[in-house]
Design a protein around this ligand. Structure first.
Ligand code: PMP
Length: 418
């Protein structure tokens, strides 16, 4: 294995301490193609942890769209351009009819920041409700809604457990009811409930539709909106539906998008009900220098084309089922696997010290993640105790890749004696 000590030191000196690297032996890829990342010596890694390049690393169609538009024109949204309109038409056609306005940003954090601003402006309320280990982004206002960042939540934020089907089914709804009653007792009302469609940082949960519907109904009755954070669960990730929220059969008021939207090109956005955006736009304006530029729109349009023409939603469903089957087989051989949950090509594999106490196997998860990396397969761990293996490959994952991932996980667990 190549020694990257000098490079790591240089990086820390130049970029400072707030950046973190993955893996005990950090990866140094120089090229990507499809589901593979390559290091300079030609060693390749199966990327099973990338929902940004969700149509595959360097997909030729996306690369071509970016190059073509970059060689003609790149400017901002204060000039007329039909690229953004073509994209908006294509994207909005994938949403329920009432969700009919698109605002483009450069990151999921900006999209959530804007959605929160809209919710606060139109409801006149300040309080935001999020799950206990949520991650919604990096801006100051959204960092306050992102307990997983470790910066502490803001005083306008109320927490509830994630819908944990493994340890405490239904508990989150009781907490939500209590939080709303408590707010009412204090004379306060919520502006919004913001939820990640797959509760990724909380540990990957996929609750029954009725639970989400109940939560949203209660929040709406209390005067708040439902912001669906689709940064992780959007763009066909779950296989069953194009959007994570569709699986719960409840229509959000605001939806935020990011990560896979441009397959690595920075494009993100917010989809809103026009009536809400009208109220917001009458009092505030929004301009984002790079958001919605023609190159980003070309990249995003190409991504939609690829998802459609390569039938990636169907692929996510089929390969997701295969993955779930293989993971269940592994659970019957390795008792450290306490639970498997997820949808499409997004699975969490919860490692526990034993199946009675359910004590989180945090160190083991770290050893598994690093062992997988050494064996050439990239995954990560998530959840408050970082004991849940997070498997989230590009949507172009094939049966052969599912087999390689599962076989490698089997070998790594066996090698660790568990
Ligand atoms: N929401 C969720 C659910 C996310 O996972 C992330 C990024 N990890 C964000 C928002 C923020 O997106 P970005 O990093 O593009 O700002």
């Amino acid at each position: 294995m190549t020694d990257h000590t000098a490079l790591i030191e240089r990086r820390q000196r130049l970029l400072g301490r707030s950046y973190r690297l993955f893996y005990q032996q950090p990866l140094y890829p120089v090229r990507g193609e499809g589901v593979w990342l390559y290091e300079a010596d030609g060693r390749r890694y199966l990327d099973a942890y990338n929902n940004v390049v969700s149509v595959g690393h360097c997909h030729p169609r996306v690369v071509e769209a970016i190059c073509r538009q970059a060689s003609v024109l790149n400017t901002h949204t204060r000039y007329l351009h039909d690229g953004i309109l073509e994209y908006a038409e294509r994207l909005l056609a994938l949403f329920p009819e009432r969700l009919n306005n698109l605002t483009l940003t450069c990151s999921g954090s900006e999209a959530n920041d804007l959605a929160l601003r809209v919710a606060r402006e139109v409801t006149g309320n300040r309080i935001a409700l999020v799950t206990r280990w949520a991650y919604h982004g990096t801006t100051s206002s959204i960092a306050e809604l992102s307990p997983a960042l470790g910066v502490g939540v803001g005083d306008q934020v109320r927490l509830l457990d994630a819908p944990d089907s493994y340890r405490a089914p239904g508990q989150w709804l009781r907490q939500l009811r209590q939080q709303l009653d408590q707010l009412a007792a204090e004379g306060l009302r919520p502006a919004a409930l913001m939820m990640d469609g797959l509760f990724s940082s909380d540990g990957v949960f996929s609750p029954p539709a009725a639970e989400i519907q109940q939560a949203v109904n209660w929040v709406r009755q209390a005067g708040g909106l439902y912001i669906a954070d689709e940064v992780q669960s959007g763009f066909a990730r779950t296989g069953e539906a194009f959007w994570g929220f569709s699986r719960y059969q409840v229509e959000p008021d605001l939806v935020t998008l990011g990560k896979p939207m441009g397959n690595g090109h920075p494009v993100a956005g917010m989809v809103a009900r026009a009536d809400l955006l009208d109220q917001f736009g009458a009092r505030q304006r929004y301009f984002n220098t790079f958001g919605g530029n023609p190159v980003s729109c070309a990249a995003a349009l190409a991504v939609l084309d690829v998802i459609e023409t390569e039938h990636l939603q169907v692929n996510a469903r089929i390969q997701g089922q295969r993955l779930q089957r293989r993971l269940s087989e592994l659970a019957s051989q390795h008792v450290v696997i306490g639970d498997i949950r997820g949808a499409g090509l997004f699975y969490g594999v919860e490692l526990v010290q034993d199946r009675e106490s359910l004590a989180p196997a945090t160190d083991l998860a770290s050893r598994v993640v690093n062992g997988m990396r050494d064996a050439g397969v990239l995954i990560s761990a998530t959840g408050p105790d970082a004991n849940i293996l997070k498997i989230r490959p590009p949507l172009v994952f094939s049966s052969e890749h599912v087999e390689l991932l599962s076989d490698t996980l089997d070998q790594v667990l066996t090698g660790l004696g568990v």
